[in-house]
Unconditional design. Structure first.
Lengths: 505, 480
């Protein structure tokens, strides 16, 4: 079995094991979960380091037929597109599980659901079969609904649970229709993306069909990624979800839609995406400007972070819509960087709220003195979010701007404005009202997190942000080969075939 | 005559008669073990139906007892009845079902359904369908002291009567045009008969059958009857009776050679779309759990009818798959409804509150059942909808009209997520009113059945191929 499978099978298997452990053994349940996600993230680091970026094509492949009548396959593998996302997802998964220590009601169920989400989304990233990509991603749906409802925060959590579930189901179902149409039109009679790719390269789908399919996929996956104007589920959902769920949703699960756009639309439907790119870029600008503007109005820290994470998705969309390797690689870096960033921001904000009991910013103040570690971590998250050099978001946004400059100068100007000015306004406002100033008397008894066990996960996220901020080449060299095949993409009408080394019939 | 192939029928008939005799002469209050013995008998019948040998045995003239299609549905009905009788809880045995007539009648309807599966001429078909309708009529109105139950019975009777009238009229027209009562007339006779009369006849017959499917236009009874009947009866109506309707439709459509006829494709697609919209609107405003399931059964009937409208093998395979996954899911739902029912058989949605705290097992099973009904991946319900949508998409390549049902299906999934997840929400985190204690005490039999159904739903979701292959064999023997 390929090393890749363990990354998502270990969390799923642990979830199954937890079902049979009596719920009184809370300590055992917790340590098992932390251990499982730790092992899975260590394996993903090994995978990342041993990935051979000098060749293009799939590595760590696993390919078996699962449903012969529909040719649905257990086909897993990594290439430049998903390697970084799997690394990010498994590390964020580990940090999210470690943040579940605040949960003190029905812990066993919580950990089972959390591990299901983590295993599912990592499997979705690793899968090269449309069916499993879709199904494993949807594994997060019901757990999120239950987690927001049962362990969620705030008075509107039932509404938030329904909103997020209905939005995500509709998005996923629209995307499913698009995927099925791709299946029908490609003529490959297979759900395996590699097979579909090679069938399409023989026999292109005609342009109107490409436009229909990619339109459906853009709409469906766009809803999953909170593309403006379908974003309203995201901020409320994150603010209402328990901290680990919010970290996973904002950090990892949301990247799935972008990844699917890269993997399916960009490589298989070049004319379709070319048709929609200009519309997509306008909607993405809506994300950046409108959601940035809304973020400025927020009174709650979590909602602000939610809107800012929606705004960040705009950059990733612009990167994809530039249709050139520079922009797309920027988009990939943003996806990975924002995963770490969103997890850090929601995790730290959750820890702070756990201590002070409220997330309304006007009630907070002067917390940096009382909690130097958490305060610093929050400031790091905030300035990384504004795209400060030194953190991983910076190279990503820079590449997106470079990539888009030629074709869309004014949009890039507006996006830069959104990133630097609007982002800075709400981020620094939040820093001022939460961390700076006089400490109110009612906060005289609160304290920072002290144990290294609690600090290490945040430190890990900050380390990753800085690492890829200083050495973005460590990310770009992994997908350089892949993107070079996309190089003549914006002019060409050729579908791109990913080379598969495991051609089990 | 070789009676070996109909041992299941004979066995079940014998049990039914013995049960009814016991009900009259012996004891008015059944003991646990009698229901268990009946269940055991059904299991034996099920085993016999599986090992029944040699294909194409004809009984009573031309009725084919042992092709793959008939056999599948015989097993399906026996199995559904085992599950349906198995979910009668302790409470039901003590308070509601005070007589052995109840299981006896269930067995008689089972016999009826099994002969519907075997029937190959319209007379047998009509008589056996009526046997089932009358049996269910008594079962629905079983608790005569309960006004809801009687109301449901009257509704079922009126709609059943209307449906029978439509069917008889339809059969008359079909007979008039083909000149034979066979469901599968010789080909040259159909060739001569492709006239307006055959269309009118089949149209009337199909509308009559819509009563069994709970499909528009004869769908109105479903919510009231599901609510007014006791849960095991509602479960049987939802699983077996609906499956019987589809069995009849598939058989007659294929037999009369009307399957790949564009007009009928259009007819089914329209009925399906209207049913889906109608059911979604109704289900989203319900406060009674069993009513909700009744409304949603209309939506599911619509989805399955979409499978018919594709007129293609994958579409029909999807129906068989859908029927199995739907049966497993509703059995769980009604098993829980059976525990919570009040004396008038209604289950408010708010009665489910606190279920997660009281019985995590029941709540999880309920959640999986609802998730499967809503069609979320890794459950059987998802694969069923997936197969249906896929087959319609293939259809839409030649006839653009079929993009409409797809759009409706997507919208209906959004609505159905709302009402199914509402059930999950109430079971998992709605607070109970302080003075009402949730009483749920699942007995071992019920637990086993629920665990089995949960396992089945998940198995269908992750290993659908087993079931797709089975459905493929069933449909192949039908359309070959």
């Amino acid at each position: 079995m390929s090393l890749l499978l363990y990354i998502f099978l270990i969390p799923l298997a642990t979830a199954l094991v937890l079902v049979f452990i009596p719920s009184k053994q809370q300590k055992l349940i917790r340590s098992l979960s932390v251990f499982a996600t730790l092992v899975s993230s260590i394996i993903s680091i090994i995978l990342f380091l041993t990935f051979d970026y000098s060749t293009s094509g799939l590595q760590f492949e696993f390919n078996r037929v699962w449903i012969p009548s529909l040719d649905i396959r257990l086909h897993f593998g990594v290439d430049g597109l998903n390697l970084g996302l799997i690394l990010m997802g498994s590390i964020v998964g580990f940090v999210a599980v470690s943040q579940a220590r605040h949960v003190n009601y029905k812990e066993k169920t919580f950990y089972i659901l959390l591990l299901l989400i983590i295993g599912g989304i990592l499997g979705a990233f690793a899968s090269l079969d449309m069916f499993f990509m879709y199904a494993l991603h949807e594994l997060a749906l019901v757990p999120s609904f239950l987690m927001i409802g049962i362990w969620g925060r705030g008075p509107r959590r039932t509404f938030a649970a329904f909103q997020i579930t209905i939005y995500l189901t509709v998005g996923a179902f629209i995307a499913l229709v698009g995927l099925l149409l791709l299946y029908v039109k490609s003529g490959a009679s297979s759900f395996d993306l590699i097979k579909i790719g090679s069938a399409i390269s023989q026999n292109m789908i005609n342009k109107p069909d490409q436009i229909t399919i990619s339109g459906l996929l853009l709409l469906g996956f766009g809803i999953l990624v909170s593309l403006w104007p379908f974003h309203s589920w995201a901020p409320l959902g994150y603010a209402s979800a328990p901290v680990p769920t919010a970290m996973l949703h904002a950090g990892v699960i949301k990247k799935f839609g972008l990844y699917a756009l890269l993997r399916i639309v960009l490589t298989l439907l070049p004319e379709g995406i070319a048709y929609w790119a200009n519309y997509l870029i306008l909607l993405a600008l809506g994300n950046i400007l409108y959601c940035g503007w809304v973020a400025m109005q927020q009174k709650e820290l979590d909602k602000l972070l939610g809107f800012s994470s929606v705004a960040h998705m705009g950059f990733a969309f612009i990167g994809i819509a530039t249709l050139n390797p520079v922009g797309i690689s920027g988009s990939l870096i943003i996806m990975i960087a924002h995963g770490f960033l969103a997890a850090l921001a929601f995790g730290v904000s959750g820890s702070i709220q756990e201590k002070v009991g409220t997330g309304i910013m006007s009630d907070l103040g002067g917390l940096l003195k009382k909690m130097p570690f958490l305060g610093t971590a929050l400031i790091i998250a905030m300035i990384a979010g504004c795209g400060m050099p030194g953190f991983a978001n910076f190279p990503g946004e820079l590449l997106v701007f470079f990539g888009g400059w030629k074709a869309h100068q004014w949009i890039i100007v507006a996006a830069v404005w959104g990133a630097l000015v609007i982002g800075a306004i709400y981020m620094f406002r939040a820093v001022r009202s939460v961390l700076h100033g006089q400490t109110p008397d009612r906060f005289s008894n609160i304290s920072d997190i002290t144990s290294w066990k609690h600090r290490a996960p945040f430190a890990l996220l900050i380390f990753m942000l800085i690492l890829f901020g200083i050495f973005p080449y460590q990310l770009t060299n992994k997908f350089k080969n892949q993107l070079e095949t996309i190089a003549d993409f914006s002019k060409g009408n050729k579908a791109i075939i990913t080379k598969s080394n495991d051609l089990t019939p | 005559m070789n009676l070996f192939p109909i041992i299941p029928e004979i066995l079940i008939l014998a049990i039914a008669i013995i049960t009814l005799l016991l009900a009259v002469f012996w004891d008015k209050h059944p003991r646990h073990y009698i229901l268990d013995l009946i269940g055991l008998g059904l299991v034996i019948a099920f085993v016999f139906s599986i090992i029944s040998p040699t294909p194409n045995i004809l009984i009573f003239g031309t009725n084919n007892i042992s092709n793959e299609f008939t056999n599948f549905f015989r097993r399906f009905f026996i199995f559904g009845t085992i599950l349906g009788l198995g979910i009668i809880g302790n409470k039901g045995q003590k308070t509601k079902i005070t007589s052995l007539e109840f299981p006896g009648l269930v067995l008689l309807t089972l016999i009826g359904m099994m002969f519907v599966a075997a029937a190959s001429d319209f007379v047998t078909l009509f008589i056996t369908i009526e046997l089932v309708t009358v049996g269910f009529l008594i079962l629905v109105a079983f608790d005569t002291k309960n006004p809801h139950s009687v109301e449901a019975g009257i509704k079922y009777m009126i709609f059943g009567g209307v449906s029978a009238a439509f069917m008889v009229m339809g059969i008359a027209f079909i007979y008039g045009s083909t000149g034979t009562l066979l469901i599968k007339p010789p080909t040259q006779q159909i060739g001569q008969a492709l006239s307006t009369f055959l269309y009118i006849g089949f149209g009337l017959f199909a509308i009559g059958i819509c009563f069994k499917l709970a499909l528009v236009p004869l769908q109105m009874w479903a919510p009231d009857v599901y609510q007014g009947a006791s849960s095991p009866v509602s479960a049987l109506l939802a699983s077996c009776s609906k499956a019987m309707g589809f069995l009849v439709i598939l058989k007659t459509l294929c037999g009369l050679g009307l399957l790949e006829n564009q007009r009928w494709q259009f007819f089914w697609a329209c009925l399906a779309v209207v049913s889906i919209i109608y059911g979604c609107f109704g289900a989203s405003v319900q406060f009674d759990f069993k009513r909700l399931l009744g409304w949603s059964s209309i939506v599911h009937a619509g989805f399955m009818a979409l499978g018919i409208s594709t007129a293609s093998k994958p579409g029909l395979i999807a129906i068989i798959f859908y029927l199995i996954s739907y049966m497993l899911a509703v059995i769980i739902a009604f098993a829980i409804a059976d525990e919570l029912e009040k004396n008038d058989y209604s289950v408010n949605l708010s009665d489910l509150a606190g279920l997660f705290n009281k019985s995590p097992f029941a709540a999880s099973a309920l959640a999986i059942s609802m998730v499967s009904l809503a069609g979320i991946p890794l459950t059987g319900g998802f694969i069923a909808k997936f197969l249906i949508v896929k087959s319609i998409l293939v259809c839409a390549q030649t006839n653009a009209f079929f993009y409409l049902p797809i759009a409706i299906a997507v919208l209906s999934v959004a609505v159905s997520v709302y009402y199914y997840f509402k059930v999950i929400k109430i079971a998992f985190w709605t607070q109970r009113l302080p003075n009402s204690e949730l009483q749920i005490n699942l007995n071992a039999k019920k637990r086993i059945i629920m665990a089995f159904c949960v396992g089945g739903i998940i198995l269908m979701g992750v290993l659908p191929d087993l079931f797709i292959e089975m459905s493929d064999a069933v449909i192949t023997s039908l359309v070959k």
